[in-house]
Design a protein around this ligand. Structure first.
Ligand code: ADP
Length: 576
């Protein structure tokens, strides 16, 4: 219970503005509950009036009952309205709050978790949390009613009261064991479910590669295995329910039968009035609902605790650390930066990807990083954007350590164009607007022209309003790269990082973009990683990266003379 209150308080911080709806919902429910206590008393009276031919009283009682039932319907309507509103709004608030936290999680942590972990928590778990107010209200109101009825029974007949309480305790013991065991199985089920939804996400995203690799069968086998596994866990949960519910219902039916016998016995041998016995029996259905009320509450609380702990882990837990930024803000950066003795390794991997690396790039310089695949070039870009934190050493922008800078000063001033840029499932216009909300038509067209993308867009039936599919699936690799380059031209940040950004382009398009980049030179700091050395020979400087170190630096001509690794890379390319 302590755990429950802790998580309830935690969730409450996100939904406290909905207090009014919650109060209305609870009040309407209480009124309904009161009516449902009164109606059985009236109906017992109606039966008595009927048997004693007291027609006037019978009509009066019937009218009151009718009005009460209608009042109950009206309360039901308003209660439902507020409950639905409460659910919708709390779901939105919780999902938004969780989504906001997820985008702040450290990349290293994201790398090591399946996407299912986040998808499941963002959808299923938040939905269960939003449901808690329904559950609490329904269950608590029902339990209060039932306790009220129990008190009434206590005054009506002590023997029946003792009988009912002892039976309730037995049934409760069975059911709380069920809830405990079900909770354990539910935890296992949800962990497996996260893995499956991560896998399904990959399957959908990788469907083209799977088809090309003719690997449908092996993927289907894997999917079958995983789906069977997760459904096995779901079955185990149902199995616990089935066995314990069976046992509980056995007790319950026995309880009902014995209650009738007890009432008959008390009427015939103990002087219990028939009317009182009728009232008690009218109540008995409701008393039975204590059991389902309590078990729904127990199950709901367990379910809520599990969902809340999973959401809490992302929002507050140490398992999902958030990116940390400094507080210093640079309004206009010049674009100078420096790596000083930077050492870095990824996650649990012991191998140093960068080892005491040192270099400096001046504002408005165009610098290329070359070297074999896996040398650490992309990692340099990632560290500069603070996608990961360095192990030791310092990275500075305009002389300030990036650890001291706020997010906007770093990422707001750097654009990265990668080899395989992610294009969103939106129109081309909206993909560009993501970078700048108030983008004008002229700015958009200009950026696309610079990126040699405009002519292609003009040939599309819907032009800039063409929706490009998830991940830009309807675009070729080269078209995606050109759209990504156009995005960068829209953003116009001071530092532009191009990581194999033109690798999928034909020579003509590449040379057009090269010209656009040439035009940007001297205005922007541009870093380029490229496999084709021909695309970087005109850079102001070339840094040759090998095994996480800068092996040599200089112009193309200088490196040909001073760096044998560079020379052999160049010669290999010339031979092709
Ligand atoms: P390059 O850009 O020069 O081809 P990278 O910087 O991409 O090289 O990679 C350098 C090394 O770091 C490689 O050995 C690669 O396997 C490893 N690496 C890159 N990204 C990650 C990551 N997210 N997690 C773990 N290892 C990584």
């Amino acid at each position: 219970m302590k755990e429950f209150w802790f998580y309830l308080k935690f969730i409450w911080t996100y939904v406290r503005e909905l207090k009014r709806n919650l109060i209305i919902y609870v009040c309407t429910h209480i009124i309904r509950v009161i009516i449902s206590i009164i109606v059985p008393i009236l109906s017992a009276q109606a039966i008595i009036h009927l048997t004693s031919n007291a027609w006037e009283q019978l009509i009066l009682v019937a009218i009151v009952m009718y009005l009460l039932e209608n009042a109950r319907n009206v309360m039901h309507y308003f209660g439902n309205y507020n409950a639905q509103y409460l659910y919708r709004e709390s779901f939105i608030r919780l999902q938004t709050a969780l989504g906001r936290q997820i985008v702040q999680i450290e990349n290293e942590c994201m790398d090591s978790h399946s996407s299912g972990v986040f998808i499941q928590r963002l959808t299923n778990d938040t939905s269960k949390l939003a449901d808690i107010f329904f559950l609490l209200n329904r269950s608590i109101a029902n339990i209060i009613t039932d306790v009220g009825i129990l008190i009434a029974v206590f005054f009506l007949n002590k023997i029946v009261f003792i009988y009912i309480v002892s039976m309730l305790l037995i049934v409760y013991a069975v059911d709380s064991t069920r809830v405990q065991k079900r909770g354990e199985k539910d935890k296992i089920f949800r962990e497996k479910n996260e893995k499956v939804s991560g896998f399904v996400g990959e399957l959908v995203r990788g469907i083209r590669d799977i088809k090309m690799l003719n690997a449908e069968d092996s993927f289907m086998k894997e999917l079958h295995f995983k789906v069977r596994d997760v459904n096995g866990a779901r079955y185990d949960m149902g199995d616990v329910d089935r066995r314990y519910v069976f046992l509980r219902d056995l007790f319950y039916d026995l309880w009902d039968l014995l209650l009738i016998l007890l009432l008959v016995f008390l009427v015939t041998h103990n002087g219990l009035a028939v009317a009182t016995a009728l009232i008690i029996y009218n109540y008995s259905g409701r008393i039975g609902s204590i059991i389902s009320g309590v078990s729904t509450l127990l199950e709901g609380v367990k379910d809520f605790n599990l969902s809340a702990s999973r959401v809490y882990a992302i929002i507050e837990g140490e398992e999902f650390p958030k990116e940390k930024f400094g507080t210093m803000h640079l309004d206009n950066i010049e674009g100078n930066f420096e790596f000083k003795n930077v050492t870095f390794h990824y996650g649990s991997d012991k191998k140093k990807v960068l080892n005491k690396i040192n270099f400096k790039v001046n504002a408005n310089e165009t610098v290329a990083f070359v070297g074999k695949s896996g040398a650490g070039k992309t990692t340099i870009f990632s560290l500069l954007c603070k996608m990961y934190d360095v192990d030791s050493g310092h990275i500075t922008i305009d002389g300030v350590d990036i650890k001291r800078l706020d997010k906007e000063s770093i990422r707001g001033n750097i654009t990265i164009i990668s080899q395989n840029p992610y294009i969103f499932h939106m129109s081309i216009r909206d993909n560009l607007r993501l970078m700048k909300e108030n983008l004008t038509e002229d700015e958009m067209v200009e950026a696309c022209k610079l990126a040699s993308f405009h002519d292609f867009v003009m040939k599309l039936p819907d032009g800039y309003d063409t929706v490009v599919g998830e991940g830009g699936v309807s675009l070729s690799g080269g078209q995606k790269q050109r759209l990504a380059i156009a995005r960068a031209f829209v953003q116009k940040t001071e530092i532009i990082l191009m990581d194999e950004a033109t690798s999928a382009l034909d020579n003509e398009t590449q040379s057009n973009i090269q010209k656009a980049i040439e035009n940007m030179k001297k205005e922007y700091t541009i870093l380029i990683v490229a496999h084709r050395l021909s695309t970087v020979v005109n850079s102001d400087r070339i840094l040759f990266v090998k095994d996480g170190k800068i092996l040599a630096e200089g112009s193309h001509k200088e490196l040909l003379k001073t760096c044998s690794d560079y020379r052999s890379l160049y010669e290999t390319e010339m031979e092709k």
